[in-house]
Ligand binder design. Sequence first.
Ligand SMILES: Cc1cc2nc3c(=O)[nH]c(=O)nc-3n(C[C@H](O)[C@H](O)[C@H](O)COP(=O)(O)O)c2cc1C
Length: 474
Amino acid sequence: MNSTYIIGFIVVALISVAIYDIVQKKHTIWRKYPVLGRLRWLMENLRPKIQQYFVEDDINGKPIPKYQRDLVYQRSKGENDKVPFGTEMDLYKEGACWINHSIYPILTSDFKNESLRVLIGEHTCKNPYKSSILNISAMSFGALNKNAISALAYGSKDGIFALNTGEGGISDYHLNANDLIWQIGTGYFGCRNEEGRFDINQFTMNSSRNKVKMIEIKLSQGAKPGQGGILPAIKNTKEIANIRGIEPGIDVISPPAHTAFKSASHLIGFIARLRSTCDKPVGIKLCIGNKAEFAQLIKVMISSNIYPDFITIDGAEGGTGAAPLEFTNNAGMPLLDAIPFVNNSLVENKIRDKIKIIASGKIINSFDIIKVLALGADAVNMARPFMLSLGCIQARQCHNGKCPAVIATHKKAYLLNVDDKRIRVKNFHKATLHKVVDLLCAAGINRVDSIHPNMISIRKDGKIESLKNAYIVK
Ligand SMILES: Cc1cc2nc3c(=O)[nH]c(=O)nc-3n(C[C@H](O)[C@H](O)[C@H](O)COP(=O)(O)O)c2cc1C
């Protein structure tokens, strides 16, 4: 074909597009600027990529800055995770934090590695769980594809820690995990009857599986408190629908509220019922909202002498597969405020020893872990960091089935290599805990449970304060 034909073809194509743009009635800009108006769509599409690859600096990218993403990639691949030349952080900025290292650091060989695990449910059930202080946070098969769930599951098996199922129920892929924390949301997937209500028989069956070590009743999630789980139609495949007992190909919006309980006393009764059925630890996951309601819940715990074995606090900065913008930006308490609130409430009511606190919400590196443990948590969960370990590039397409890293889409899930990614999941967990140990040894302490809020300094109102004073940790 000579060049005259090619030019002629392009001209005809452009004229056709221009005619279509003028005739169509949906897009005003196309009608006004035929062909050229389409460039706007192209730029809108390219903008996040240009922002991430060319504009964003190392420390200000959002939601997860580049220096944190890079750290996860390096630790997952077992690569050099050192940085050259000095910190990029502004250490004089309000909120800057550091660990108070000791003049007399201890050797890592003197660290008590058994303190990297915490016992949950030891007072209440026959099968307490000795949990790693770092586990994979709830992400369902549905939000993530089968290969992603398999890689997380196998990674947790290789690294000996737990995977939370998320609210979509237990799939065969989850069963490759070392241990499972089975999450029960308002959709009751895995324990629902035909009307979508809680079904004790199904619960008994699934909770008795050996892999299931703890049950987590999801009350709310930091990224969208007050909203139920959302599985867009494009991600609701036949296989997923079958596991959940629902119709495929439709949007699945779980109700915002539970039907199994409507008040604090019902919730406590529900916890007791589940625990007596499975004899395993039962806890709740929530993002703190109405403080008076939380105080009321504690009152009911004390009056009934029934306590959840753990409370997972998810900060408002937490991640999600899909959420309404206003809920993501403007609902719920951020994690660093919520942990001391919950910890102090338990301490003031003299029930801190009965309940373990698990924290999640943008905890990414080892100092982040120590900081939340210093504020009162006993263990942490991570969701997005484990997605990064699978190769997530923060394209923020989890909600539309177009995830370019093939983690949060079901299309071509086979492209995600489970054998390779499971190693990364394990590596990331291991390297992160190693650095927790290194930092604690630098501070001269040899156990995780010796972490104290005085160990960390923070710049607040222009002065240096301990975390204990800055957050009034009891
Ligand atoms: C893709 C995706 C799916 C999620 N699905 C659930 C879920 O099913 N149930 C839940 O309680 N939280 C869910 N979450 C929230 C996480 O479990 C976690 O609480 C939150 O992302 C904070 O942790 P992170 O900052 O380490 O990501 C999801 C998060 C992501 C990113």
